[in-house]
Structures are given as structure tokens and as C-alpha cells.
Design a protein around this ligand. Structure first.
Ligand SMILES: CC(C)(COP(=O)(O)OP(=O)(O)OC[C@H]1O[C@@H](n2cnc3c(N)ncnc32)[C@H](O)[C@@H]1OP(=O)(O)O)[C@@H](O)C(=O)NCCC(=O)NCCS
Length: 476
């Protein structure tokens, strides 16, 4: 297959390759089944009855146990800390950081199947859905399966090609994912009145179709907005990270490794963050995985959430321009104070839950130390790391003065030539799909209900508070 193709040519190539890949995926599936290694769908299917029983019994035995108190200030404070979501894939500890099914980031980097040094994101998807570490053969089978689903319907390609270049890549991303609703197997099955016990199977198929198509969407946006509209080669036998890189036009093997690491560590961050919670909430109305993920992506596009990775780069470039090569601690400290004193946040620092350096930051720092310790922008990021926590602590507002994931990711991408910062949140969105889709499948498998928490007006809260404080009403 040629290295660079127009989107139109790619459409037909993907179509041919899609058929080829489907055959390869089928062979892989037959092979793995024959070698007694269950596929992801089979593995998950076997787990469902015991999961349903576990939840049923847990609710029966402990359903009335009080698991927290809600303060009025939490209702006005973005519901911070209120427990009320079930999220199986990961739990975020303020001190230890994220744990995926109980495993820390260093542990998943060590234990998930790899091609080089970094874990394959296909493996994190498997782990998040099932709680099990897949074998190398199982992950290879999943790679081939996802690659066989890469083709976009013609109307989505035309839609993307017709969007104006000045439309933010995240808006384009969300539009394309919404438009894929035309392909939803869940929506079709629901319309035909399928039994609710079967919902998960269609949600599973939609989720894998969606994951398979995300690299093609992301690369089409990247090539249309910033390059010549021609996609790189797509290989039905390649893993997800390699295909994402090559479709965007990147051939460097270390960049492919970076993609694998990036997708894995950005996948999941428990259920309360905006993108995860939104996907879960919209999915609870039985909207398809396409509509649910698109909603989550719109949340990820906000500057306080996923778009912070773009903001960090813009902020770094302004710093570089202003200090003209003087990266002394004093100069950086002054720039940080100027940012804070002008009423802005320091992008890439702080977190709603974490109270230490984000282990996702540390993993990316380790990658940079290994591959390009002398890169100018990496050194700048490292110098800021030495100064910013002290400045933020001195200012005394943020509860967490330490860097988060977005503080580092852009610099890694810059090094390999992916310099267009407004595209960065799209990559985050591709990764986030690996975390939120497993929960959507689990939700359908265990029959999770529609979400409907209670809201009050300020007037009603005042009435409630007065009654509670006078002893007229008990808190229940
Ligand atoms: C992530 C973030 C939204 C969490 O918000 P939060 O849970 O409300 O954080 P806190 O409780 O620590 O906020 C308390 C105060 O500190 C401020 N603060 C938090 N992080 C800050 C930062 N990086 N720079 C300056 N001020 C910050 C908040 O704006 C808030 O100020 P206010 O009282 O005037 O409204 C916040 O830290 C932030 O805006 N960071 C920068 C953007 C970013 O990196 N986002 C990506 C997150 S992964």
C-alpha cells in the first residue's frame, strides 16, 4: 500500500483493505478460538452472570448502608467528593493516583502485552472491561479485529471533508462521531425491540466499531486541517498505536511507542470526570455508544478538562517568547506570578481529586528522559516542575499544586513533529474512548438504570436547611 493517499483514494483502499482485514480478523478469531484462548467478547460474556449476582447480593445485603454525607457546599461546589457513580474500570486515589482494576501505571506498563517497551492500548481496553490481563495472542486478535473496522461510511468522510478548517478539531471530532450514529447496531436492535438482556452485545459491537474508526477520523481531521488532506498508509495487520501514527503520516517507531503509551495512560480516570461522567450519563438514557461518546468528547473539549493540553502548549510558547532563552528559576517564577495575577490558571497544574504529581505526568517524563533528555522544551517543562508547585503553594488557592497529565503530553508530541496544539485534545479523545466504552458495555450488561439525581433551587435548599437546622426534618 502506498505511503500517502488522498482521502478519496483512502476511502476505496480502506474499503478493499477493510475486506482484507475482516478476513484476517476472522482467521485470527478462528485461530485463537481453536487454540482455546477466548476472545474478548467470549471472556466478557462469561463474566456477566457472576457480576450481576455480585451486584444483586451486595445491594440486598448492604443497600441501606450510608456511604457518605452531603454538605450544602458540595452541592454548590461541583458535587466534589460526593459518592454516587459506579465505575468498575478504575479508581483514583488522591495520593497514589489512578489504579486500573487495582493496577498502578508502573504496574500496567510492566504487565500489559507489548510490542516494544510500552503497553498496547488494546490491552488496557481488555483489562478495563474484564479485570483480566489478556495474553499476547488475545491482544493480537483484538488488534486485528479493531483494524478490520477502520473504514468510515462515505457520508462521514464527505462530512469531514466539507468542514471548514477553522472549526476546532474537537468540534469536528464530535460531529463525525455523532454522524456515525447511522451505523449503530444498538440503535437498530433497540428499534426492533431486542430483549434488554441482549443490549450489551450490540453495545459491545458498536464500541469496537467506534474504536476501530477513531484513528481514521482523527487522522482525517489532522490531515485535512493541517496538512494536504492525504492519509498515511493503513495496515490491517498492525496494532492500534502504529495505525494511528501512520494514518496521521508519522513513521517514526518511537512515535508509535509514544502513541501506545499515550492512549493507555489517557484512557480512564475513574467515572466522575466530565468526559467519563457525561458518556455514562448520556448512555444511561440508552443513547447509543456513538451519541454517548460524542457527548463525552464535547466535555473533554473544555479548557478545564482535556483542552488543557492545548492550553499548556500555548502558555509554554508565550513563556518562551517572553523570556527569550532565559529559563532561570527567577524568570519562570515571575512568569507564573504574572499568569496568576492576571486572574488565569496555570494550565497543566492542579486536580480535582489528586493531591500529588500525577503518575501519568511521571510516566511521560520517564519516556522523555529515555528518548530525548536534552530536548529544549522538555528541559523547560522540567524547570517549571521545579518552580510551579512552590509558587502555587505560596499563592494558597489550589488544593493541589502538582502537575497533571496535560502538563507533559504536548511536549512529547512536539518533539516528534506533531506541533499543532489544537489537535492534541483529539488524541486525548481517542484515548478516552478506551476507558469510557468498557463502562458503557458493563452498564448494559448489568442493566444499569437511567441516572436521575435530585436537584433543588436555592430557595428550596434554604427551606431544607432551615428545617434540618431547626430539627423539623431529619436528613435521610
Ligand atoms: C483541574 C482544575 C479544574 C481542578 O479544579 P478544582 O477542583 O476546583 O481545584 P481546587 O479546588 O484546587 O481550586 C481551588 C482554587 O484554586 C484555583 N486553582 C486550581 N488550580 C489552579 C491552577 N493550576 N492555577 C491557578 N489557580 C488554580 C481554582 O481556580 C480555585 O480558585 P477559585 O477559588 O478562585 O475558584 C484546576 O486545578 C485547574 O483549573 N487547573 C488548570 C487546568 C488544567 O490543568 N486542567 C486539566 C486537569 S487534568
Amino acid at each position: 500500500m502506498s505511503a500517502v493517499l488522498s482521502t478519496q483514494t483512502t476511502r476505496s483502499i480502506l474499503s478493499n483493505s477493510g475486506r482484507r482485514a475482516a478476513t484476517i480478523a476472522l482467521i485470527h478469531r478462528l485461530y485463537t478460538t481453536a487454540s482455546a484462548e477466548p476472545t474478548l467478547k467470549e471472556t466478557f460474556s462469561q463474566l456477566i452472570p457472576s457480576k450481576i449476582d455480585e451486584i444483586k447480593q451486595f445491594k440486598k445485603d448492604h443497600g441501606k448502608t450510608v456511604i457518605g454525607n452531603v454538605l450544602l457546599e458540595q452541592a454548590y461546589g461541583g458535587m466534589r467528593g460526593i459518592k454516587g457513580i459506579v465505575w468498575e474500570g478504575s479508581v483514583l486515589d488522591p495520593e497514589e493516583g489512578i489504579k486500573f482494576r487495582g493496577l498502578t501505571i508502573p504496574e500496567i506498563r510492566d504487565q500489559l502485552p507489548k510490542l516494544g517497551d510500552e503497553p498496547l492500548p488494546e490491552g488496557i481496553f481488555w483489562l478495563l472491561l474484564t479485570g483480566e490481563i489478556p495474553s499476547r495472542a488475545q491482544v493480537e486478535q483484538l488488534s486485528a479485529d479493531l483494524a478490520s473496522r477502520a473504514e468510515l461510511p462515505e457520508h462521514v468522510v464527505n462530512l469531514l471533508n466539507g468542514l471548514p478548517k477553522h472549526l476546532h478539531p474537537m468540534a469536528q471530532f464530535s460531529i463525525a462521531v455523532n454522524a456515525l450514529e447511522s451505523e449503530s447496531k444498538f440503535a437498530k436492535a433497540y428499534a426492533q425491540g431486542v430483549n434488554k438482556k441482549e443490549y450489551w452485545k450490540y453495545t459491545f459491537e458498536d464500541s469496537l466499531d467506534l474504536l476501530g474508526k477513531l484513528p481514521t477520523i482523527a487522522a482525517t481531521i489532522y490531515r485535512n486541517v493541517f496538512k494536504d488532506g492525504k492519509l498515511g498508509a493503513w495496515d490491517p495487520q498492525a496494532d492500534y498505536g502504529k495505525n494511528l501514527a501512520t494514518l496521521m503520516g508519522f513513521k517514526n517507531k518511537d512515535f508509535m511507542e509514544l502513541m501506545r503509551l499515550y492512549l493507555t495512560i489517557h484512557s480512564d480516570h475513574e467515572g466522575g470526570n466530565v468526559s467519563a461522567h457525561t458518556t455514562h450519563l448520556v448512555g444511561s438514557a440508552l443513547s447509543s455508544p456513538y451519541l454517548s461518546l460524542a457527548a463525552g468528547l464535547n466535555g473533554l473539549a473544555g479548557p478545564l478538562h482535556g483542552r488543557a493540553n492545548q492550553e499548556v502548549l500555548e502558555w509554554l510558547f508565550k513563556l518562551r517568547e517572553e523570556v527569550k532563552g532565559d529559563y532561570s528559576k527567577e524568570t519562570i517564577e515571575k512568569y507564573l506570578w504574572d499568569t496568576l495575577n492576571s486572574g488565569r490558571v496555570v494550565p497543566g497544574y492542579g486536580h480535582a481529586v489528586l493531591r500529588k504529581t500525577d503518575p501519568r505526568y511521571t510516566a511521560q517524563r520517564e519516556f522523555a528522559l529515555k528518548h530525548f533528555p536534552d530536548y529544549e522544551l522538555f528541559k523547560l517543562v522540567s524547570s517549571i516542575y521545579e518552580v510551579a508547585p512552590k509558587v502555587l503553594t505560596k499563592q494558597g488557592k489550589t488544593k493541589n499544586p502538582w502537575p497533571n497529565v496535560d502538563s507533559h503530553s504536548g511536549v512529547l508530541l512536539q518533539y516528534y513533529g506533531l506541533t499543532e496544539a489544537s489537535f492534541y485534545t483529539v488524541l486525548f479523545g481517542v484515548a478516552r474512548a478506551f476507558g469510557v466504552l468498557p463502562q458503557l458495555i458493563i452498564d448494559r450488561a448489568v442493566g444499569a438504570p437511567i441516572e436521575r439525581p435530585k436537584s433543588f433551587s436555592t430557595e428550596k435548599y434554604k427551606e431544607l436547611v432551615a428545617k434540618i437546622e431547626s430539627g423539623e426534618t431529619k436528613v435521610v
